[in-house]
Write a protein that binds this ligand. Sequence first.
Ligand code: SDX
Length: 431
Amino acid sequence: MARDTVTIIDNATGRRIELEVRRGTMGPPAMDISRLYRDFGFLTYDPGFQSTASCSSAITYIDGDKGILLYRGYPIEQLAEQSTFLEVAYLMLYGRLPNAEELDRFSRTIAKHTMIKESLKSFYQGFYHDAHPMASMVGVVGSLSAFYHDSTDIHDPASRELAALRLVAKMPTIAAGCYKYSIGEPFMYPRNDLSYCGNLLHMMFSVPTEDYVVDPVAEKALDMIFILHADHEQNASTATVRLAGSSGANPFACISSGITALWGPAHGGANEAVLKMLEEIGDASNIPKYIARAKDKNDPFRLMGFGHRVYKNYDPRAKIIRRMCHQVLEKFGDANDPLFELAMRLEEIALQDEYFIERKLYPNVDFYSGIIYKALGIPVNMFTVMFAIARTVGWVAQWMEMIAEPDQRIGRPRQIYTGHAQRDYVPLDQR
Ligand code: SDX
């Protein structure tokens, strides 16, 4: 039987090395280069990790050419239609769908961990009210490591699970706190009788002076958006969490590093950037000007919400969110919301343009999500915070998977050095 290997030949010397091929359940094969430097003296160079598998994982599968996204094997379209965010969280963390009793117990456990230490509320006081909520999230989530450091043994599965449950449970409370602090309103305590997303809406939008009733359409829309954002293989923020966690760092601090990476406009910050872009474009008559800018290499402007490192087809999540837009806008916004009309027009024009077709630039998950968030009354600067709440499930699931790896090692990439060759120090009076 043919060996499942590949051979690399150094044409300068004729030397060759045979490398094992690793194959997953689905997706492209990978050549195992872990001994390439030791046995062949070469590094590999892949600065954006376009062709690099940094790990093996059983959590999420993406086929970028076919526009496929599976969580633990289940298609995102089915989960978005039939599941709930907490059920997806269970699936992510434990690898299978729960039965009714398991889901009920999991939901009650999450509810029990939604409160934050009362003293943590004073932490927000250190920020100006106009601090970007993502800045507050980085700080407040990172500070959880001060409350749960000695009690978190990452080598104990039960301790890891508790840290994961605490993070999933507390993110909405912390996020709502960032919002309330930014508008100068009192924090609202979580309520154990509400759903995960119902609780978030309550903590963000209710006030002590009157009753607040969670709108079921808003609750369902948010729950579905969170399902779509829960995990996405080794994206920049998940890879950050894995790298931070590989040193054995406190998991709460690792999640804070994930929030940091997510904030960038090239990643999770794109949903906020899309709204700002649509508002800047203003009218469909300006679309050609902005598309020209997006194509101009001398102009840093990018069409936010378009393109993806992996999807070279329509992002399946964007399709689902686009459909949901109509329902939400009919209920909360203006079914003819000019921003939504503009977004659809922009999409239509861009997808007919050779530049976008040639580069397979399609709308991604961030292109439409902001329009829904805005219709739900969520301020633009909280859009990426919403993304962070949902992605915490993926981050903690991937962190748990990594830490549990029997051969888990610290991640430590190499480099191609392009600096000075060795040279001697020149004393100050001789320079
Ligand atoms: C998310 O990784 C994930 O899975 C991320 C995510 C998740 O769930 O975790 O899916 C969430 O982050 C979605 C992406 C959100 N970001 C944006 O919408 C920002 C706009 N998009 C671009 O910045 C860009 O498309 C990226 C960052 C998403 C992807 O970057 P790549 O893979 O490095 O793409 P590239 O720079 O290699 O682009 C290839 C070509 C280039 O042109 P050429 O040099 O070949 O001539 O396409 C061009 C780029 O200039 N291009 C764009 C463009 N995106 C790529 N041109 C105009 N507008 C764009 N949006």
